[in-house]
Write a protein that binds this ligand. Sequence first.
Ligand SMILES: C[S@@+](CC[C@H](N)C(=O)[O-])C[C@H]1O[C@@H](n2cnc3c(N)ncnc32)[C@H](O)[C@@H]1O
Length: 446
Amino acid sequence: MTTNKSNPRALAVETLERVQNGAYSNLQINNVITTSNMSEKDVRLFTNIVYGVIQHKLTLNYYVDQLVRHADKLQPWVLALLDSALYQMIYLDKVPNRAIFDESIKIAKHWGHDGIRRLITGVLHTVGRRGLPDLNQIQDPEQRLVIETSTPKWLVEALQAQLGNVRTNHLLATINQPAHRSIRVNRHKTTPSELQEKLVAAGFTVRPSTVAADALVVSHGVAAQSDLFQAGFYTIQDESAMLPVQALPLTGSELVLDACAAPGGKTTQLAEQLPTGRVIALDLHAKKLRKIHENAERLGVSDRIETQALDARRVDEVFADRTFDHILVDAPCSGLGLVRRKPEIRYEKSMADVRHLATIQQAILTAVAPKVKVGGTLMYSTCTILNQENQENVSAFLATHPNFEPVVVPTAHQLKPDRATPELAIYPDDYASDGFFIAGFRKGSA
Ligand SMILES: C[S@@+](CC[C@H](N)C(=O)[O-])C[C@H]1O[C@@H](n2cnc3c(N)ncnc32)[C@H](O)[C@@H]1O
């Protein structure tokens, strides 16, 4: 199938087909944008259609099932075309139906045979005349929530059990809103107010974060394309992801283990605060370590970082007990807190994955615990929002490690005071950041 490189709708259908076949949406989107010759306005439409269809996938599938007999037999590209046309009709107020009809039918004609053109024309005209199938026909309230919010049943049930129905409804009603775009100020080179001034002078709109002390929130401007980024004045990182390092009591000369470190967002954050200290950064995958070096070079802190490919569950083979002043375990996790940025993540995981990851997380915590010096801190974090990978791991760790006690996670400057608890769970609808979880443990004795 060949696509005109400047047609945002055709490129969106092609991209959606690839995502249906297992490709990552953010990588595909970046790839298409860099190789296409779309205008800025068309890039926005293309991105909006791809993310929008993925965000509303279960809702759109429901409509297609109601509107097309044997929808399960449709070829992936035909389904992607129907989904993207319906998405535009339902969710994009500013795009006239005429344009959606004409463009979709043109794509159907270009790629398909006449039967497909007739199918697409028929479906779009039916919706134009009679409106959409009514979601209230779905009798079971839980199934209705699954379809309305496009969230798999297992995840709806897990959230309801954890948060209750009211909070779950609020969270699911907001997961398709955009997350803040934020950057972390490189304290090794500048200060938040100085960088803010420089960015404003370069045409950006930025404000200090209410979540993390070293974060600025960018509402206008492409942070990854600025000369200030290339010169290492900041790194791109979510506000909530800055909190685990911010919560460590660093004085500047410590030896810190970052047990699950690539691509190095937190390794470099640690290094920026250790002028006379050192970070040992581990990752299971050797090829990911290169990214840590690239980031550290750009930020000017590479001489404070040592990397090593190692399974964190095997630290005992390499390091003596009580080697590190502090240890950070930013664990491999299901990543459900990133749902605003990676909308497909909710369809890719299952409760079995969550439980499997929880066993790995516990094994990592157990393996690294002896390597913390007495009086040092073991900081645990994930970018997920389910208790199974968070609070349940904390309870299991404390139950089996009586020599550790929970420490209050002193968070951001303006977080709600009632959040100053031993554990900090941030949900995506709290501050429009990624969902994150942080818990700290201080070692009281060997
Ligand atoms: C959540 S990511 C870390 C993100 C990183 N801390 C940052 O801030 O940029 C988890 C990382 O753990 C690594 N990983 C997975 N299993 C591991 C293990 N058993 N030991 C060490 N690293 C592991 C993954 O390759 C992945 O890079």
